[in-house]
Design a protein around this ligand. Structure first.
Ligand code: NCD
Length: 304
């Protein structure tokens, strides 16, 4: 297998590479506790042009647990890109001289690809516009594998904002590598792009589209909820028309089998009633934990 350089899209990974990352993530469970020097002396730059809690902090935690160091900005306003109008290309040409790997989140589709073109150092996409979020997809796969023991054979429902949600785009593309049945549940205005659905069907997946949450949870092994991406709506009235439409409540979850799991990339707004947090199906905070080991595995594979 060729060495992994950039991670811009989930399409950059072969099935073998996905398997390797999931396997390495499992090995990282112990190393995450004991810590290690695998990336001793290496420096990771985090450039976050958009808000983040989990993605940036779990990347930093992953790097620190592997003995590396971190620098960067989490508020574009304090950088020259936000404060002085520096181009993305110039920011990248600068930061690649300070760090061994660049982790970047940016509001524009295609931004991670552009950054990789200007960088001699590996670039990891931590979210590019509404387009992709490949490391989230990997931690989602890892979570499903760990919690359910397998990915093949499962009924997986992707719910919420399938139009603007980048996590579900990357996850859907990753799932074409598996033998799964997918239910896509979204308000009519927020359905998954036809091009992605076509790729899934061509890969042999059974794909069902529904416009309500009830039809998505009945037979699901995995219910993957997402936030309506308010910040990506061109017109706030369109957001107001769909907000609050998909909400998982206690009575819904109580109908699900005990071994079904509810995941969510977080942050949540109102789509997961806090009342369900204590139910056995609610696993989204365990999923957060999977972010650290998965990102340890990614950093290790790219830098070693
Ligand atoms: C997601 C994102 O930024 O796309 N958050 C995350 O990385 N866990 C989901 C979201 O913002 O809704």
């Amino acid at each position: 297998m060729g060495a992994l350089h950039n991670l811009i899209s989930i399409h950059d990974l072969t099935r073998d590479e996905i398997d390797l990352i999931l396997q390495r993530a499992a090995e990282m469970e112990e190393i995450a506790v004991t810590r290690s020097k695998l990336l001793n002396g290496r420096i990771m730059a985090c450039l976050f042009f958009e808000p983040s809690t989990r993605t940036r902090l779990s990347f930093e935690s992953a790097m620190l647990r592997l003995g590396g160091s971190v620098l960067g900005f989490a508020d574009v306003g304090v950088s020259s890109a936000g404060g002085k109008g520096e181009t993305l290309a110039d920011t990248i040409r600068t930061v690649e001289r300070y760090a061994d790997v660049i982790v970047m989140r940016h509001p524009l589709d295609g931004s991670a690809r552009v950054a990789a073109e200007f960088s001699n150092r590996p670039v990891i996409n931590a979210g590019s516009g509404a387009e992709e979020h490949p490391t989230q997809a990997l931690l989602d796969l890892y979570s499903i594998q760990k919690m359910k023991g397998t990915i093949d054979g499962l009924n997986i429902s992707l719910c919420g904002d399938l139009k603007y949600g980048r996590t579900v785009h990357s996850l859907a593309m990753a799932l074409i590598e598996y033998d799964v049945k997918i239910t896509l549940a979204a308000p009519e205005q927020l359905q998954m792009k036809p091009s992605i659905i076509q790729v899934m069907k061509e890969a042999g997946l059974t794909v069902v589209e529904v416009d309500n949450i009830d039809d998505a949870i009945n037979e699901a092994d995995v219910v993957y909820m997402t936030r309506i991406q308010k910040e990506r709506f061109p017109d706030i009235r369109e957001y107001d028309a769909v907000r609050g439409r998909f909400r998982l409540k206690r009575e819904d979850v109580e109908q699900m089998p005990d071994d079904a799991i509810i995941l969510h990339p977080l942050p949540r707004v109102d789509e997961l009633d806090p009342e369900i947090d204590s139910l056995p199906q609610a696993r989204y905070f365990d999923q957060v934990e999977a972010g650290v080991v998965t990102r340890m595995a990614i950093l290790d594979l790219i830098l070693n």
